[in-house]
Structures are given as C-alpha cells and as structure tokens.
Design a protein around this ligand. Structure first.
Ligand code: ZN
Length: 156
C-alpha cells in the first residue's frame, strides 16, 4: 500500500513539494498536536515532523519520521533518500491545494474554463474532484521537473 503522510505545521514547503511529486500528504498550517495525532491515527498517516516534543508523545512513538534539515530542499532530499518515495513517478498528479488525486477531463469540457491561449495550445487537462481546479500542462510539468532535479541534485 502506498504510504500516506501528514506533515506538522513547520513543514509547509516540504508538504507542497511532496504534493508536487504526487505524495498523499495532509498539511494544516494551524493545527494542535492533538489534532495532528488524531488525524494521523485515523487516516493511517505517517507523521513527518521536526518537533522533538511531539515525537515523545505516546501515540506518536511508532508513527513518525523525523525531518532533519532546515530548508525544504534538504528536507525533500531526506524524504526521497530515506523513505520509499519515487520523486518522478507521480509528478503533478495531485491537487496542490486539496491533496486529491487529479482526474483526466475531456478537452471540450474545459473550453470555457481556461484561458483561450491555454485551450489552443494544450491537449490534456485534468481536474481536482474536490475543488474543481483545472490543471494542464506540458510546460509547467517540465519546469517543475527541472526544479525538482536541481533540488535532488543538491543545487541550491
Ligand atoms: Zn483541489
């Protein structure tokens, strides 16, 4: 089964990047430790955290992965190195806002919902079942892939 995650409030940028590469990761900028633990237990999610007090809590003990780095780049490198996460398998397959997996939609159905230029130049579109945002994009994907490679190769 694919690993699911929940990140603590300090790891917003890491969570964003993990969504970019397709990880199922919940993130809430304002959440109490109790809520975080509760959501992790209920959703079967591994807690990613930099909080040394949190990991001492009884309910967290066997269910956390401690993040070392200060920068999201270091953090992402650590995740890819030490967890079974393939950074290139699911890039841009998930809504960056809702964490939902994207579903392909027919090009004709998005005609009125995207800028004309985008409609003219793009052929594949996907939508988020939760918020309805439309995603497209060869160009965007390539840019993300380049940034991702730079991060993973340690170019800061
Ligand atoms: Zn969404």
């Amino acid at each position: 089964m694919e690993l699911k995650f929940i990140a603590d409030a300090m790891l917003g940028k890491l969570a964003k990047w993990m969504r970019i590469i397709g990880c199922d990761i919940e993130y809430f900028p304002c959440i109490t430790d109790d809520e975080l633990i509760e959501k992790a237990c209920r959703g079967n999610r591994l807690i990613l955290t930099r909080d040394t007090l949190l990991i001492k809590r009884r309910k967290v003990r066997d269910n956390y992965f401690f993040i070392n780095g200060n920068s999201y780049r270091d953090q992402l490198r650590q995740v890819v190195r030490e967890l079974p996460v393939d950074p290139f398998a699911g890039i841009l397959t998930r809504c960056l806002i809702c964490n939902e997996g994207l579903t392909p939609v027919d090009k004709t159905s998005v005609r009125d919902k995207v800028p004309p230029y985008v409609f003219k130049t793009q052929d594949t579109f996907e939508t988020c079942p939760s918020c309805g945002r439309i995603y497209w994009g060869a160009t965007h994907k390539e840019q993300m892939l380049k940034q991702l490679k730079d991060i993973l190769n340690g170019k800061d």
